[in-house]
Design a binder for this molecule. Structure first.
Ligand code: ADP
Length: 788
């Protein structure tokens, strides 16, 4: 703690008054003092560490005196004035230079001077060469003069603080201007105020456009600057609606430069907690995003590259285990099982990585349809039961019989449940209990997966859904995993319109709860739909299938699978051979790899559909790429992803070579010959057909009662073309989910058309119930336009 004296000196030095020239404002006071007291001398001095320094005086010629021999030193000892009527009678002053020297002072009164903070830093004195008894009135007058001097000190202090404040502001400004983030304060009244230079530079704005203007006045610049100006305004407004919260959002600008920006918004308050408005900090994250993108691309590339060899390893090991290459000994089987388990693990890891990279790139395609959630849970539980029994864990399912169906992608739902249930199994010790409960909750079905496992701390719970997070629990540290599962699960649940959360206590257990919307469909209607789905496909025995794949290993594997399913198999390794074989042999079905040495699978598909001889042949695209929409639009009837397992392959093949259900189908094509040809095919297959000769008729017919269950749209039509109709259907609630097949010939489609369909295709085909099945039936009956 600094002493009182130290603080007093600090207050004095802060005034910056010592050793400064004389000033009229203090001289006026000493002049008034001599006049008022009719005495010859007055002085105003400040007491520093060693001296009494004189700021103003009348009648003396002193600049300073040593502190210890000064009257001022005595005067600052108390708040009361020092009054000496006769110095000769006061022993303290017997040797004093002012008393014995030429000044010959015989009486004096000295009043302490205080700073605004109350520190006594100096004194105002009147002195006489005669003895003088100071009256009350006189002393009061001295006090008054002192107060005037103190007011001057207060004035000096104020000026100093003001200067300091200005300097501080300039410093803060300089710092703010030097930061890499653009900063803008929008007041509570919506008016823009403080901003830094970086803000102006980022957006090419002038200060005059900002200061004191409402945000709305920037409409022009906002439209000019941002890729999605309305979205930007909406985000800013939304952030403002939650004043207490910090918000962040990403946006893109293209003027004056192309940048990715992160916008951070938070409330600003003054020292008393009063709301000053919202601060917006704009950070250039272009480089970060680019690095992210490169990383995602890398992950995605590596995973794709890994999938092909993995497919071979896994497939051939399965064949070996099944004894396809001759009898295996017990020991060989044991080793092969180890290889199989590890290749299964690798497949899981690669799939996780691919899922994450797809989700992050916004490239995940869902095939939403009515799904029997209880059935999914049952299926997953059955497959995991043996694992649970190994750990002596009990597994209880509570699935009400009247559980409504949900609208979701069945494979993804199975993935979600598998992940949660296998986590419950992994993170629960031997002998624990796991249970799954499902129940309808308004427009959702809510599923709870509970365990009596190791649980987690609140801190772990917060990080649970982030990528690569794995809790450091000694009890489970030997359990293998990637930390990606829950991150994927959360994205998948949310993509399907649900939510997921968790409750947990360390060493007691955890409950993961997620919801999936029912889509408002009643149980009964949904059941009917699913009954149709569940129809067993009637496979055509001995059908001939042409397998097109450039990798002999994979082609060999698919051939094996199909031959085991009772099919005859032909193989081609490139597009040209495939096309020639197809024309010559007319197989019942083709499987096409997307990557072929001479051209891609899509181009081969176009050739096939463009030639009447091969157009009716149904095709299944096999690919490591998630490009379903494109494959289907191009006329492929179904789509499968590698690694392909035998049962999936056989079930898809079976479903295409089966008899169709009657449907109401709308055929829109301006060429009458082609339209009636297609309609004829459909009617002969037992379907009811609506016809439209242009886009507008097609739109009307699509909204008719009863509505069609499928629309075949020609791309080129008068009045409103196929793409226009497609867009209109997608924006209307009534027809949003209607399955649509675009029809085109390879010759009639431009590159830009193709990319527009690709883009729309993703969303078009995304939300269609069982579109693949319906397409399969139709196209399987020779309904590709190319065949006309
Ligand atoms: P992985 O299981 O591959 O590590 P997940 O993303 O599925 O990845 O899970 C992340 C982490 O969350 C796990 O490593 C584990 O620490 C914790 N966790 C997940 N499920 C449970 C559970 N049922 N009980 C306790 N901890 C769990």
């Amino acid at each position: 703690m600094p002493s009182l004296e130290a603080k007093r000196l600090e207050a004095l030095y802060a005034l910056e008054i010592l050793d400064t020239p004389r000033e009229e404002r203090f001289d006026r006071i000493t002049r008034t003092a001599v006049r008022l007291f009719r005495m010859p001398k007055s002085l105003l001095a400040f007491v520093d560490e060693t001296r009494a320094w004189v700021k103003s005086d009348v009648g003396t010629s002193i600049d300073w005196v040593p502190r210890e021999s000064s009257f001022s030193e005595l005067a600052i000892e108390s708040d009361e004035p020092l009054v000496v009527p006769d110095v000769r009678k006061d022993r303290r002053f017997a040797e004093h230079p002012l008393v014995v020297g030429p000044d010959r002072i015989w009486s004096l009164a000295a009043h302490p001077l205080r700073t605004p903070d109350g520190y006594r830093v100096g004194a105002l004195m009147v002195m006489d060469s005669e003895p003088h008894a100071f009256s009350e009135d006189e002393l009061q007058a001295l006090t008054d003069l002192c107060r005037l001097a103190e007011e001057e000190l207060a004035d000096i202090e104020l000026t100093r603080l003001l200067k300091l404040n200005i300097e501080n502001q300039a410093r803060v400004r300089a710092v703010m201007d030097a930061t890499s983030e653009g900063i803008l304060l929008i007041g509570r009244d919506g008016v823009m105020g403080y901003h830094n230079r970086r803000f102006l530079d980022l957006f090419g704005l002038e200060a005059e456009e900002i200061d004191g203007h409402p945000l709305d006045s920037l409409e022009g610049p906002v439209n000019r600057i941002f890729d999605e100006p309305d979205e930007f305004r909406r985000s800013i407004l939304q952030a403002a609606k939650r004043p207490g919260e910090e918000t962040r959002f990403l946006t893109k600008q293209h003027y004056p430069e192309v940048r990715d920006l992160e916008v951070y918004a938070a409330r600003v308050t003054d020292r008393e907690g009063r709301d000053l408005g919202r601060l917006h900090a704009f950070r250039d994250v272009t480089r970060e995003r680019e690095l992210d993108r490169l990383k995602d691309e890398f992950v995605s590339l590596v995973s794709h590259e890994l999938r092909t060899p993995l497919t071979s390893i896994k497939g051939y090991v399965d064949l070996l285990i099944d004894g396809d290459a001759g009898e295996v000994t017990e020991e060989q089987k044991e080793f092969l099982d180890i290889v199989k388990n590890n290749s299964d693990r690798l497949v899981l890891l690669v799939n996780d990585l691919l899922d994450v990279s797809r989700i992050e790139a916004g490239r995940i395609n869902l095939r939403v349809q009515p799904v029997d959630l209880a059935g999914c849970i049952d299926e997953v539980a059955t497959s995991l039961r043996p694992l649970m029994e190994q750990k002596r864990q009990s597994l209880k399912l509570e699935l009400p019989a009247d559980l409504p169906q949900v609208r979701a992608d069945r494979d993804r739902v199975v993935q979600i449940v598998t992940n949660l249930l296998s986590n419950a199994h992994k993170y629960t010790l031997e002998g624990g209990a796991v249970s799954v409960r499902a129940q309808a909750d308004r427009d959702d079905v809510q599923v709870e997966v509970s365990d009596t496992g190791v649980g987690m701390t609140a801190d772990e719970r917060d990080k649970l859904f982030t990528k690569f997070f794995r809790a450091q629990n000694p009890a489970t540290q030997n359990i293998s995993g990637t930390g990606l599962g829950l991150n994927i699960v959360k994205s998948l649940v949310e993509k399907q319109g649900g939510r997921i959360w968790v409750t947990s206590e360390p060493m007691k257990g955890s409950t993961f709860i997620f919801t999936i919307p029912t889509g408002g469909k009643t149980g009964a209607a949904a059941t009917a739909a699913s009954a149709a789905d569940a129809r067993a496909p009637a496979a055509k025995v001995g059908a001939r299938i042409l397998v097109v794949d450039d990798e002999p290993d994979i082609a060999g594997l698919i051939r094996r699978y199909l031959e085991r399913g009772g099919y005859q198999v032909l193989v081609a390794h490139d597009a040209r051979t495939a096309f020639e074989t197809a024309r010559r042999e007319r197989p019942d079905l083709m499987t096409l790899d997307v990557n072929l040495p001479d051209c891609d699978g899509f181009t081969l598909l176009e050739w096939l559909k463009g030639d009447p001889a091969t157009a009716p042949i149904p095709a299944i695209m096999l690919s490591v790429l998630e490009d379903t929409g494109r494959g289907l639009l191009m006329g492929a009837v179904d789509y499968l992803h590698k690694p392909i397992d035998e049962s999936t392959l056989l079930s898809h093949v079976g479903s295409i070579v089966r008899s169709p259900e009657p449907q109401v189908v709308l055929v829109a094509d301006d060429e009458e010959d082609i339209r009636s040809l297609i309609a004829g095919h459909l009617r002969r297959a037992g379907h009811q057909v609506l016809e439209a000769a242009d886009g507008e008729q097609a739109l009307q017919a699509a909204r008719a009662e009863p509505p069609p269950s499928l629309v075949l749209l020609d791309i080129r039509m008068p009045r409103l073309d196929g793409l226009g109709v497609l867009r209109a259907l997608r924006t209307d609630e009534a027809t949003r989910n209607l399955p649509v097949v675009m029809m085109t010939t390879s010759r009639g489609m431009s590159a830009s058309d193709r990319s527009a369909i690709d883009q729309l295709g993703a969303s078009v085909l995304l939300h269609k119930p069982s579109s693949a099945e319906e397409l399969a039936e139709l196209i399987g009956h020779g309904l590709a336009k190319g065949s006309g």
